[in-house]
Structure formats: C-alpha cells, structure tokens
Design a protein around this ligand. Structure first.
Ligand code: 5RP
Length: 228
C-alpha cells in the first residue's frame, strides 16, 4: 500500500524524480539528445515545461513526437551534428557504469545519439542497478535478411535462449533479446557481438560512455558519478 498522495506507485514516482532531476543539466544554448522510455519521458516533460532555448534530436519516433508536442525544437542527428549532452534511460546499470539498453527497441539510435554527446547522462529508478549485466537479456537489432544465421552466430558467442520481439525497430529491423546469463565481461561481449555480420547493433553500452547516472528510489534521488 502506498501513501503517495500523487497516486503513483513508488517505481513510477522514482522514474519521474530521476527524469526531472536530469533536466537540470540542460541550459540555454545547448544541443540536446533525447532518449527513449518511461524515465527520460519525464526529462522531456520537464524541458517542455521549462522551455529553455535548446535544439534537440531524438532517439525514436515516440520521443520525437513527444518532444514536438511539448513545443521543443527537434531536428535530425545530421542537422544537429554534435551534442552538448544526451540523456537516456537504461534497463541495467552495473558498478562499472556499463549499461544494458534497448528495452524499448531503440538502442541503435540511442547509441548513435549517445556517441555524439560530450556528456551522456543516464536516468534510472534503483531497480535498474545490478551487480552484473545479463538478467534482463541483451537486445540485438538484426537485419531481416538472415535472422536465423545471426541468431546462430550469437548463440556461438554463448547465448542460450534468443527471443524475437513482435515489434520491429523504428529502422524496420528485427529486435531479439539474447540471454547470456550473467555477463562476466560486457565490454568484451559487446565487441564480439559488433563483429557479427547482419547484427546492426547490440544493447551493451560500455561504461566509458557514461558520465553519471541519476538514480531515484524511495529514499530520494542520488547521482553516481563515473570516475572514468
Ligand atoms: C529504450 C531504452 C530505454 O532507455 C530503457 O528501456 C529504459 O526504459 P524505462 O525508462 O522505460 O525503464 O533503452 O530502448
């Protein structure tokens, strides 16, 4: 039973807290990458309410449409060229700041946008913090040309079950969830997955990309700063 007077369950409340908090890093004149998901949703809502003088680019059609509906200026990644900051959610965060992303099928565009940014901030509720990546599964975006061939190559790298999602990515490709169990060395696995022909992108983001993680839970919001 929640005593939250907003009527939100604690996890939803934590997502809103983390998302809104991260919007504080956005100031006038910035070029901003907007992530995808129910946590960064609140960053975008906060930016829409505050209406700073910024130009944005979006990691999904869903985020593009949300940002536009809130009055934010949204242009393509090619038009914006470089980003001062990108803010996005994650499905898992390990103690070395490695991430699993792609729960919303958007990890290919999310990785491009994160790679364009001077600062990459991640917003999560505290259920996303894990000792090792893996329990969520690793999303992989796969060309529709030879999905069974790609899946076999991913199994050869140690995946057990691989489940194809019913919904394609915004890029029109298949998205699969590959289950590796707990992943001892996510950066190494990511490098191996990147070599599989036909595998467009995987959802492991190395901790070296991440500046900080805004984490919200029942006890409030805190920041984990990556010493890198
Ligand atoms: C989408 C993502 C999301 O950032 C991730 O799934 C987290 O989403 P949420 O904040 O809704 O839990 O990677 O592809």
């Amino acid at each position: 039973v929640s005593d939250d007077t907003t009527g939100q369950d604690p996890q939803t409340r934590a997502k809103e807290d983390a998302g809104r908090h991260a919007a504080g890093y956005v100031t006038d004149g910035m070029r901003v990458g907007l992530g995808t998901g129910s946590t960064v949703h609140w960053t975008i809502v906060e930016l829409g309410e505050r209406a700073p003088d910024i130009v944005c680019t979006a990691t999904s059609v869903q985020t593009h449409d949300l940002a536009l509906s809130l009055g934010l200026e949204v242009v393509s990644p090619d038009e914006i060229g470089h980003l001062d900051i990108a803010i996005d959610g994650a499905d898992e965060v390990d103690p070395s700041f490695n991430l699993t992303k792609g729960g919303g099928n958007a990890h290919t565009r999310e990785k491009i946008i994160a790679s364009m940014a001077d600062r990459f901030l991640v917003v999560v509720d505290d259920t996303k913090l894990v000792d090792q990546l893996g329990p969520f599964g690793t999303p992989i975006e796969v060309l529709g040309f030879a999905p069974a061939v790609v899946a076999a190559a991913v199994q050869a790298l140690g995946a057990g079950e691989i489940v194809t999602r019913p919904v394609r990515s915004d890029n029109g490709n298949l998205v699969m969830l590959a289950h590796f169990g707990t992943i001892a060395d996510p950066v190494a696995l990511g490098a191996r997955l990147a070599e599989v022909p036909g595998l467009v992108e995987h959802g492991i983001f190395p901790g070296s990309m991440v500046e900080r993680v805004v984490v919200a839970g029942a006890d409030g919001t805190r920041e984990l700063v990556n010493p890198r």
